[in-house]
Design a protein around this ligand. Structure first.
Ligand SMILES: O=C(O)[C@@H](O)C(=O)CO
Ligand SMILES: [Mg+2]
Length: 254
């Protein structure tokens, strides 16, 4: 099983180039990140070249985090900002050969927000397609992100249908899906054609995957059985030093 280190949470105390080197030393096959924009692209690119690790994904900018924004693409009236964030993400990703961009919806509700999200995603998909990239949308759980626009895989499928572009896929984060819906094994199977990337963490604490209510020994077996061989994103919050948290790599994913 191949693994991608999510550097938004793992080695998050280090500059991104150093975190990429740490992921390589720990035996990860790939990396992914959240919001890499403060880091110099050349330095990130050099770290990727030195380690040989691909960067699988990054997120669009959240907007003004000082007022709690968590994405812009479903916010009516913020289309220009949403599209600037999409352009920024595509440019950064293109420079690093990153194949997936997670377009963040933000805090919004209702039909107008849905229509706004659809239009911004069409814009994102059409621009990403010119670089061979996939756009991801990710349902987030309502404990961590109350009021976030996209909360379930069912809603994600409706969005995918309404956007109607082949390069729009679901980020299936087992942690969020378990908290909002459960039935993770069946959902993985049923949604496989729509899944662009899979992430994991323990439930409910978002810690290492060898604890909690979701049995990842089983979930990883299910994923293998689906012949899904892309790296799975380790997107958990280590309780201390990241290197000290990696025992699960041998016991669960070895
Ligand atoms: O699950 C998450 O929180 C992330 O995958 C993300 O992209 C940021 O919300
Ligand atoms: Mg996630």
């Amino acid at each position: 099983m191949k693994l991608s280190a999510n550097l938004g949470f793992l080695w998050a105390d280090r500059p991104l180039p150093d975190a990429i080197h740490a992921a390589k030393a720990a035996g990860f096959d790939a990396v992914e990140c959240h919001w890499p924009y403060i880091f110099d692209i050349k330095e990130v690119s050099m770290a990727l070249a030195e380690t040989g690790l691909p960067m699988l994904g990054l997120n669009t900018d959240r907007g003004d985090t000082s007022v709690g924004e968590n994405g812009l693409s479903a916010l009516v009236g913020r289309e220009a900002d949403a599209r600037a964030a999409i352009d920024q993400a595509i440019a950064y990703a293109a420079a690093l050969n990153v194949p997936n961009i997670h377009v963040m919806a933000g805090f919004a509700q209702g039909d107008a927000a849905h229509a706004c999200f659809i239009e911004n995603l069409i814009y994102a998909c059409e621009n990403a397609a010119q670089h061979g990239m996939t756009i991801l949308i990710e349902p987030l759980n309502s404990y961590d992100a109350p009021g976030y626009f996209l909360t379930t895989t069912r809603q994600g499928l409706e969005v995918i249908k309404d956007v109607g572009r082949a390069n729009l896929k679901l980020m299936f984060d087992c942690y969020h899906v378990q908290l909002m819906e459960g039935d993770v094994s069946h959902k993985l199977k049923a949604l496989l054609p729509h899944i662009g990337h899979i992430q994991f963490a323990s439930v409910p604490t978002r810690g290492t995957p060898d604890q909690g209510e979701l049995n990842y020994a089983h979930v990883f077996k299910v994923i293998k059985g689906l012949n899904y061989s892309a790296p799975l994103g380790a997107e958990y919050k280590p309780s201390g030093d990241t290197d000290a948290s990696l025992g699960w790599m041998k016991t669960l994913a070895g």
